[in-house]
Design a protein around this ligand. Structure first.
Ligand code: PCA
Length: 391
């Protein structure tokens, strides 16, 4: 069984009760693959997160879902984002009233939830209960707890799935005059949210951000996926290669398989075929990192980047054009590391230390990429010496 911490808040302002805690208290002892630890949090900027962190340290959970009341909402709100600001409309239960204060100057402006927000929203809606993805958790204690939870996860507990759900008031809270959601429905919705997280592969989510020792099973997993890609793409794919750290024996890596599909052009037909297989193209990642000495030819580094179909093991699929610099780079880099285990060992060590020491995991590629270029320059010398060709 895995462990989940589910939190609710005590009453605050003029609410005599807080349905978030009432619903959390009514949840069964276990849901899906999770044993639930319930935790009541004070409505206090200063104390709430400390209580949660203590529980995380003590229980080492796989899932943390915090819940709170949003009186002005009439559906279950699965929060997508937490922002780095405290800006309270009213004082918290201890009389503290921060106005426009940054939560943490060393932290990013915002964090996205690491819960499967869309899947949770769909599951609750399918059960006939009102649910929506929310793009603001406010700027009060709930946002504060969500932000600090996600900051902790990003820096210390990459395996935890964590996020926040706001629940509406119950009809009794307005004397049955205003809108509201019955407590039993709120409880049911939270139970469904935990069930979705239980179905969702916690292992894959967490391992995406962690450097692990080399896994000899990776090449086999690549071959299986490449076979499916070959049959879906036919002659649109000139070749499909296993690239990146999981392709180099004994190299420590993130548990994400990098795949390069070589094509003659980035065509609509190709996009349609990838989409039909469930792959999603990133609108943002349209170019590779360009090594400092090669910045004069940006078109040589253009690519399409696809995320794996939902539910499939994590992969990064890069589609690049035959003969371009960025198509050659990963193949040469891989072959050089395979032929030079000492480079691979030092590179693995660098990655582990970067992952452990960078305060913000999002800056990891910014630091890693130029280090990779250093190895690449050595690889080019080697390639010239041995007249290397990509098979
Ligand atoms: N809701 C408040 C804090 C506690 C609660 O249940 C919020 O939305 O910030």
């Amino acid at each position: 069984m895995s462990i989940a911490i589910i939190t609710g808040f005590e009453p605050f302002a003029d609410c005599g009760v807080n349905p978030s805690w009432l619903a959390v208290s009514a949840l069964p002892a276990s849901v899906g693959s999770f044993t639930l630890t319930r935790l009541l949090l004070p409505v206090s900027f200063e104390k709430a997160f400390g209580r949660l962190e203590e529980a995380i340290v003590a229980c080492q959970p796989d899932l943390v879902i915090c819940t709170g009341l949003a009186t002005r909402r009439d559906s279950i709100s699965i929060e997508r984002i937490a922002i780095n600001i405290d800006d309270a409309r009213i004082p918290d239960n201890e009389g503290y009233h921060p106005i426009e204060r940054r939560i943490d100057y060393s932290a990013p402006d915002a964090y996205f939830s690491c819960l499967p927000v869309r899947a949770i929203c769909e599951k609750i809606s399918e059960a006939g209960l009102p649910a929506a993805i929310s793009d603001s958790a406010g700027t009060y204690v709930c946002n504060h707890v969500m932000f600090r939870l996600l900051h902790l996860i990003a820096n210390r507990y990459p395996k935890i799935l964590g996020g926040f759900i706001h629940v509406p008031a119950t009809p009794e809270m307005s004397g049955n005059k205003g809108p509201g959601m019955p407590l039993a429905d709120i409880t049911r919705a939270l139970q469904l949210a935990v069930e979705v997280c239980s179905d969702h592969s916690t292992h894959w989510q967490g391992s995406k951000r962690r450097i692990v020792e080399y896994n000899p099973g990776w090449p086999g997993e690549f071959t299986e996926i490449a076979t499916q890609l070959h049959s879906g793409l036919g002659n649109l794919a000139l070749r499909i290669d296993h690239i990146g750290s999981t392709s180099v024996p004994e190299l420590a890596a993130k548990d994400v398989i990098d795949i390069q599909i070589t094509v003659s052009e980035l065509s609509d037909q190709l996009l349609a075929a990838m989409t039909a297989m469930g792959y999603t193209r990133s609108e943002i990642a349209t170019s590779d990192h360009i090594p400092a000495c090669m910045s004069d030819k940006p078109h040589e580094w253009q690519k399409w980047f696809f995320k794996a179909p939902p539910g499939q093991r994590p992969t990064n699929t890069h589609v690049r054009i035959a003969g371009r610099a960025n198509q050659r780079y990963p193949l040469l880099f891989r072959d050089f590391l395979r032929a030079h285990p000492n480079y691979a060992k030092s590179y693995g060590e660098l990655k582990k230390r970067l992952a452990a020491n960078l305060a913000n995991s999002r800056t990891y590629p910014d630091v890693k990429d130029p280090a990779v270029d250093l190895i690449y320059h050595a690889a080019e010398n080697w390639a010239a010496r041995i007249c290397w060709q990509s098979e």
